[in-house]
Unconditional design. Sequence first.
Length: 306
Amino acid sequence: LNMENTSSVREFILLGLSENRGVQKTYFVLFLAFYLITVAGNLLIVVTVTSSQRLNSPMYFFLCCLSFVDICYSSTTAPRMIAGLLVGSQSVSFVGCMAQLFGFHLFGCAEVFLLTAMAYDRYVAICRPLRYAALTSGRACGRMVLGSWLGAFLHSALQLLLTARLPFCGPNRIDHYFCDVHPLLRLACADTRLAGAAVVVNGGLITLSAFVILVSSYAVILVSLKGQTAAGWHKALSTCGSHITVVILFFGPCTFVYIRPSSNLAEDKDVAVFYAIITPMLNPLIYTLRNEEVKSAMRKLWSRKV
């Protein structure tokens, strides 16, 4: 794939979140803190799950994979954005821009599929408890995670192909804090309606269909709990509640940006902060605060290390 043959643009300028120096300094402190919390929190979950014998169920295997993806996902955009807030708007090479676009979609899509796999795990645990061990064996879970990565790779490869082949010959200032498909389509000096439609179909269909599967699985779970005792309800909802929270926080903004042709880039940029930076930070908090097993495993790990 020769990306640079039709483009005279060798680099792009990322304008970032704000051009006001005072606001940039405030954002710098804020987002640096967010990023450090994201990495530390998710790393803590990975270490806890991998080193604890008690957390060897499929639910924690998926949680560990999700935390790893969250670290990678926020690392594709946050460090560059934080650096940009420190030095003002910054340039990124054409290839660097395409690499960031690919990475962002790869990890973002892997997160979508992993959240769907986690919903399936909860559905089987609550609605098919007798078949749980067979349906979520180590091999089955491994396949689901492998499938998530393969699906994510195909999705991001398609987004990259659609964008990288466009000719860029004019303005190179991106009104965003990372390289994403919609802002780049705006800068291309060609008719991008077809590429734009393909992007919406590709990104939108994945988020929407995953969201429908997730919502349906939780609807089925709630229906199946009808005859349960209060204790049964509480146990089911305590594990599902945290998952539903994460799904809403991630899919809401994601669907808003990718399921429609982009009209307002400034709006998209603000919404992107939510699913690219805030959700990966909240995931570990949401999953650990609601979960006694993880908390006790963390305490054990901590006391062993201390």
